[in-house]
Design a protein around this ligand. Structure first.
Ligand SMILES: NC(=O)CC[C@H](N)C(=O)O
Length: 359
């Protein structure tokens, strides 16, 4: 089966097809992780995107459903140099190709992923059509032109119904913009009593459960499209300690009156150095975002910068100067090592205890 990527600037990459037979349009991005392809694919924050892995050998330890970050793949396509068909891992249940077929994702391999990455780095994330259906370039071009990229994915990928995970610890309300399972696991591990709310839940409904803390999740799309959530978060942070992760961090920035912007090609990978200013420590972090918070805009709205990206100095974390409200752009639950930056979940829980003492 042949496979092809056709980019909006007319560039064509031809290779082999794998996964589901089909054609789809998305934003072409690259991820620099060496492992974690399964967590990457099932991270809902990739909705609408076509993921190119820069590491050439993908699929070598197979797939184990316990590692999924959600029950679906929201990405539109997957691109790798080589895909391993005979994984070696006693926990593997299926090959990556089988997973992509079962979950309906189009794959292309045997293309020069270094050249694709260079292209994205030079020109920014590009609109692209991925296909393994052997269509002509004219047809692909038409499909590419016809389809618009969506920006408000966060409104549909999260839970559609409120659900509760009982616990004996602090009562946490989660605003779900497309949450990764491991964020919930980190709260469960700390015994939290968790209620997860769909996008568009009103401030009143969230406050009805009397939460001790609110967690703003990760999620796909442009944070500026999450207008309803921004309004709700604006009210919440005045009343309840809040912790934002990735999209949650960006929504918080907008809620305090700051700005976000689209980066040229974003940060996606398990190897991004981040400096924690207060702890005077650097952490290797897991990341997946295409937007970023504008530093001056949030500093002018009562926020203090707590974390900085060591590659490009962008904002990686912030906290409110007066309220118990903080956030990070990277994924503390995505620890590339065993627990690297999970101290942030402890910081959140400690803050709730402090607040309780003061009441
Ligand atoms: N992982 C996330 O929450 C991503 C946030 C946002 N969609 C971005 O790309 O910047």
């Amino acid at each position: 089966m042949k496979g092809v990527l056709y980019l909006e600037d007319g560039t064509v990459y031809q290779g082999k097809g794998f996964g589901k037979k089909g054609t789809s349009v998305g934003e072409l991005v690259f991820n620099t992780s060496i492992t974690g392809y399964q967590e990457i694919l099932t991270d809902p924050s990739y909705a609408g995107q076509i993921i190119t892995m820069t590491y050439p050998l993908i699929g070598n330890y197979g797939v184990n459903s316990a590692e999924n970050e959600s029950s679906k793949i929201y990405a539109k396509g997957f691109v790798t140099k080589a895909i391993e068909q005979k994984p070696s891992n006693y926990m593997s249940e299926q090959t990556l190709e089988e997973m992509l077929k079962n979950m309906g994702v189009v794959g292309v391999c045997d293309v020069d992923t270094r050249s694709i990455t260079k292209k994205i780095r030079n020109e920014g994330a590009l609109k692209c059509v991925i296909s393994n259906e052997e269509l002509s370039l004219e047809v692909l071009q038409k499909i590419l032109r016809k389809e618009q990229l969506k920006e408000d994915w966060m409104k549909e990928v999260g839970t559609q119904k409120v659900f509760h995970i009982p616990g004996i610890g602090p009562k946490i309300a989660v605003m779900d913009f497309g949450i990764k399972r491991n964020i919930l696991n980190n709260l469960k591990y700390r015994n939290c009593d968790i209620t997860v709310f769909p996008y568009n839940t009103s401030y009143e409904e969230i406050m009805n459960i009397n939460p001790e803390g609110v967690l703003l999740s990760n999620g796909p799309g442009n944070p500026e499209a999450a207008t309803e959530a921004v309004e709700t978060v604006r009210k919440i942070i005045k009343k309840v300690p809040t912790f934002g992760i990735c999209m949650g961090h960006q929504v918080l920035a907008l809620a305090v009156g700051g700005k976000t912007y689209k980066m040229k090609y974003g940060h996606r990978g398990g190897n991004h150095g981040v400096y924690d200013i207060k702890r005077d420590r650097a952490y290797i972090t897991s990341q997946n975002h295409g937007y970023s918070v504008d530093r001056e805009s949030v500093e002018a709205c009562g926020m203090e910068i707590t974390h900085i990206n060591l590659n490009d100095d962008t904002v990686e974390g912030m906290k409110h100067k007066e309220l118990p409200v903080f956030s990070v752009q990277f994924h503390p639950e995505g620890a590339p090592g065993p627990t690297d930056s999970t101290y942030l979940f402890d910081q959140f829980i400690d803050q709730l205890k402090e607040e309780k003492k003061c009441q």
